[in-house]
Design a protein around this ligand. Sequence first.
Ligand SMILES: [Zn+2]
Length: 80
Amino acid sequence: MGRKECKACGRFFEVEENDKDRLFCDACKDEEEENFKAVREYLFHNRGASAWDVAKHTGVSLRAIDRFLKEGRVEFITKE
Ligand SMILES: [Zn+2]
């Protein structure tokens, strides 16, 4: 068991040995997944949308979208 810093809220949370790759605390995990689905869905229908467009239409923060990009979970966003 160890402690990790949540990538979304920055709070520390406990992780089990078999769950070491976890990036988010319990509070953020579900929200992060919902955000990711919303972003992916929007991009699917709006190819080439900018991160700003995505944030405006999905309500997901630019910070979260930026994180998805850095993690390589979403692609083909044209940077403005
Ligand atoms: Zn968190």
